[in-house]
Design a protein around this ligand. Structure first.
Ligand SMILES: [Zn+2]
Length: 247
């Protein structure tokens, strides 16, 4: 089935004020959905970022002790470009994040701290579609985010969080999975695209290890291609796509 045979992508819900994005690595949100984040913040919404790692295993030529602080700095700068001021790190280990109780607890704690109505994460499926294998970190974090959205609201699952004065938060109404191979919803990418380009460009040290191409040319082409991939299902318009799970 080609993309145009699939049903149209629905607009994302608009009746929310606070979102929390939880992903595995620096750059996941910039490759994944920052054009949507930029337009939401332009509309006055509040969004915070939580990263499971500092991406310290992401640059082959740089040891983790040097790479982690560099990538954290690039992540904070790229968040600032789209207007996100709160960026937190859970300090799981890049490349070997384990799906399990400790990850669910850390994400549930973040959800209780920020009390979002919308939680955003990156594709947790085994592939990106089209035969491209996903990484274990994305799978572990995405699944744990979907689970922690419920854990955060149950006072009996992680009672130790209440002792840290993190009261249950059962207000997550949706979890939106960016770049899922099974998208159901979309946000127009036009208004946030320029900020998204500048935001991804802040990961310059990382990008320079990926390609010999001029970083801006590479970033602009990547985001133009990725936001047009599903436009046949969204009135021909560039879009950031999500698989939306309601709660
Ligand atoms: Zn990643």
């Amino acid at each position: 089935m080609t993309d145009s045979n699939l049903p149209p992508l629905q607009p994302m819900p608009a009746d929310w004020q606070r979102a929390l994005a939880v992903v595995a690595h620096p750059d996941d949100l910039e490759y994944g959905c920052s054009a949507a984040v930029a337009s939401w913040i332009q509309d006055g919404r509040e969004i915070a970022y939580v990263l499971a790692t500092r991406g310290e295993a992401g640059i082959d030529t740089l040891a983790p002790a040097e790479s982690g602080p560099l990538r954290e700095k690039e992540q904070r700068a790229s968040a600032a470009v789209v207007g996100v001021r709160v960026v937190e790190f859970l300090d799981h280990r890049d490349g070997t994040i384990e799906y399990g109780i400790s990850l669910r607890r850390d994400i549930a704690a973040a959800i209780r701290r920020h009390r979002p109505e919308l939680v955003i994460t990156l594709n947790h499926h085994a592939t990106w579609g089209s035969g491209t294998w996903n990484t274990p970190d994305h799978v572990a974090v995405g699944r744990a985010v979907l689970d922690a959205a419920a854990d955060a609201g149950n006072r009996w699952i992680f009672p130790e969080l209440a002792e840290q004065e993190l009261a249950p938060w059962n207000g997550v109404r949706w979890v939106a999975v960016a770049n899922s191979p099974n998208p159901t919803h979309a946000v127009p990418a036009d208004r946030g695209l320029e900020q998204a380009v500048l935001s991804l460009l802040e990961h310059r040290a990382y990008i320079e290890t990926l390609t010999d191409e001029d970083p801006e040319t590479y970033v602009r082409r990547f985001l133009t291609d990725s936001t047009s991939a599903h436009s046949a299902r969204f009135g021909g318009k560039p879009a950031v796509v999500f698989e939306l799970f309601s709660r």
